[in-house]
Design a protein around this ligand. Structure first.
Ligand code: C2E
Ligand code: CA
Ligand code: CA
Length: 616
């Protein structure tokens, strides 16, 4: 603090205060204000001064600085936040005052003096208050109290008005500064802390001396993309905000909640927790957050997946910890039961496989290290093979035979979906042509899976038509399967592609029907002729009343729309019987046959049917 001789005139004091306040920032504003008040108190020879800001949202006046600082400040401080509604008339005035107000003892009634005395204050005070203004809004008040009487000169009041203007400028400046800091640390849509704040928090929690393990829950809100696509971004925003509010409530007092991406949130409990405890918290959150919500008039089943991981202070970095949680989230999304994934060492191994596959997949496609197996689709009562579905496999040089769920996501992330798809199409049509050349499979359809990426890329119709021609196959020999997760971003081009395929006689099936948000929409708007009921509903159909009800509804829907329906994943006699009772006779599943290599498929086609013991 600079030492100086006190200014001898009003002009000097105003200049002095101005100089002080010029250096105020949001972090030192209250100290600088206190210093300025001290100077004013000594110059004006008053006993107390205070600076208060108005919070119009909660309708209250809040103490920012005072001089002299009270030697003992109770907690909570009754002078800190005073609500206008139940404030003393003097404080109440501060809400909207536009002009300075002088209060002197002789001007007050007996009642007022009485109340001051009861409150233990000085029996008589004189007070000058000057409002802080920003345009038409009263943003605060500057007050000076003299115990006993004091006269206020017009020049003094004018000088204080100038001083109040300067305080109001500091207030406006620091408000903006605080807002900027807030926005840098928070997500605009939900008001939750953002990724930057989360990383700073984790950095602190994972410092060497801190207690551990540090738990992290990575939450992913399902279906956001479909909601944005079908109901619009306003609805999507509403969906996110509703979820954020409930997550914040659910975690209230338990720790930090941040939003780190479109549909991704992170909760960091303040307590240390091991994986099992963190999983229990995740279960509670899932139970609370999974529910039906109404967005834009549509009832949506809100699905939450949670990846759980813990980190050790002094050993793990925030990004290590978040990577693990992310790995756990991937497995959570695959889990049908509770959608919770807990980080494990195997997940790390899987990441290594991924990295290894990224290195080799392109090569595998180019060198025919891929193979196709065929899963029969049968008529359950007779066992007759009606179709075969081509399923791609990768004969990996060191890891053995890999299944598509492991490498198709890698192919997608490497932009190899198109190449992979063409390879499968070509290989499967070649096999089919060979079977037919050998005299089998003439009344069997070949079904291939087409990825969403292939569907929106141009030229799929030409590619397929060209391949059919090359192998001398007619369009009716082929069916394509598209999944519900096919996000019809581009409904027009998707429809054009599917219509093109239908024109050359190709059957269009919706795969995994019932699992997504968009299935109904697809059935209504696209030229679909077959529904394949997801195996998740079929597996326990004979024991789960819920699953049975869903399958019954899907079969009813298929019948109403005159679509062929195929049940996937029939593993037990019981499931097969239930399906037959519901009127669905076409099915695939391990009960009848596992996927077979091309040569074994040819033998099966020569037989024409699988052994079946299913009877109604
Ligand atoms: P999908 O199209 O639903 O194929 C059926 C999957 O269910 C196959 O797994 C099959 O082996 C399995 N499955 C069939 N019956 C049963 C059963 O009774 N019980 C059980 N537990 N599983 C059964 P797979 O071969 O691992 O394929 C997984 C997914 O990979 C496929 O699911 C499909 O979405 C995708 N896929 C496979 N081949 C291709 C392809 O050439 N291109 C594209 N884009 N995706 C493919
Ligand atoms: Ca399929
Ligand atoms: Ca399927």
């Amino acid at each position: 603090m600079q030492s100086h001789t006190p200014p001898s005139n009003l002009h000097g004091i105003v200049t002095n205060v101005a100089t002080k306040l010029m250096g105020a920032t949001s972090s030192n504003a209250s100290t600088v204000s206190t210093e300025a008040l001290a100077e004013l108190v000594s110059y004006l020879d008053v006993d107390v001064s205070f600076l208060r800001h108005n919070d119009h949202k909660i309708r209250a006046t809040v103490l920012v600085a005072e001089w002299p600082v009270r030697p003992y400040i109770p907690d909570p401080d009754p002078l800190h936040t005073i609500y206008f509604a139940d404030a003393d008339p003097i404080f109440a005035m501060a809400e909207n005052a536009k002009e300075p107000v002088i209060v002197r003892p002789q001007a007050q009634g007996e009642d007022y003096r009485q109340r001051i005395a009861e409150a233990g204050g000085a029996p008589m005070i004189s007070l000058a208050t000057v409002p802080l203004l920003s345009g038409d809004v009263t943003t605060g008040v500057l007050g000076f109290v003299k115990f006993g009487d004091r006269e206020w000169g017009e020049d003094e009041i004018n000088a204080l008005t100038v001083v109040a203007t300067m305080f109001a400028q500091v207030q406006a400046r620091t408000n903006i500064e605080e807002q900027l800091t807030y926005h840098a640390a928070h997500d605009d849509l939900t008001g939750l802390p953002n990724r930057r704040t989360l990383l700073a928090h984790l950095d602190d929690r994972l410092a060497a001396h801190r207690p551990g393990p540090v738990p992290v829950l990575l939450l992913s809100l399902g279906r956001l993309k479909s909601i944005n696509d079908y109901l619009g971004h306003v609805a999507g925003d509403q969906f996110i905000q509703g979820f954020a509010a409930e997550l914040r409530m659910a975690m209230d007092g338990l720790g930090l909640v941040a939003r780190i991406g479109g549909d991704e949130f992170v909760a960091v409990p303040s307590e240390t927790m091991d994986l099992a405890e963190t999983r229990r918290l995740a279960e509670n959150l899932t139970a609370r957050l999974t529910e039906y919500v109404t967005i834009a008039g549509e009832v949506i089943n809100r699905i939450v997946s949670i990846g759980v991981a813990t980190g050790s202070p002094g050993r793990d970095s925030p990004s290590d910890l978040l990577r693990r949680a992310d790995e756990a989230l991937v497995s959570a999304k695959a889990a049908r039961v509770d959608r919770i994934g807990v980080f494990s060492r195997e997940m790390l191994a899987r990441r290594e496989i991924r990295a290894d596959m990224e290195l080799h997949l392109r090569h595998a496609i180019e060198t025919d290290a891929l193979t196709v197996e065929y899963l029969p689709e049968v008529d359950m009562p007779t066992g007759k093979v009606l179709a075969v579905e081509a399923l791609v496999r990768w004969q990996h040089p060191t890891r053995g035979l890999l299944l598509p769920d492991l490498f198709i996501p890698v192919a997608e992330s490497l932009n190899l979906t198109g190449e992979l798809g063409e390879w499968v199409l070509n290989a499967a049509c070649a096999d089919m042509a060979r079977w037919r050349a050998n005299g089998v499979g003439f009344d069997t359809m070949l079904r291939i899976n087409v990825s969403p990426v292939q569907l929106v890329a141009t030229g799929l119709v030409d590619t397929i038509a060209g391949t059919l021609e090359k192998f001398g196959l007619e369009g009716t020999a082929l069916g394509v399967e598209i999944t519900e997760s096919t996000l019809i971003n581009d409904l027009i081009s998707t429809r054009a592609t599917l219509c093109g395929l239908t024109e050359i006689g190709i059957d269009i099936a919706i795969d995994d029907f019932g699992t997504g948000f968009s299935g109904m929409e697809m059935v209504r708007t696209l030229p679909v002729s077959t529904l394949k009921i997801d195996r998740g509903f079929v597996r326990e159909i004979d024991t789960s009343a819920d699953d049975l009800a869903i399958v019954r509804a899907l079969i009813g829907l298929a019948r109403a729309l005159d679509l062929t329906v195929v049940a996937e994943g029939v593993e037990t006699d019981g499931a097969a019987r239930s399906l037959l009772r519901e009127g669905c006779s076409r099915a695939q599943g391990f009960l009848f046959c596992r996927p077979l290599p091309a040569a074994a498929t040819e033998q099966l086609l020569a037989q024409g049917s699988v052994a079946t013991t299913v009877a109604t």
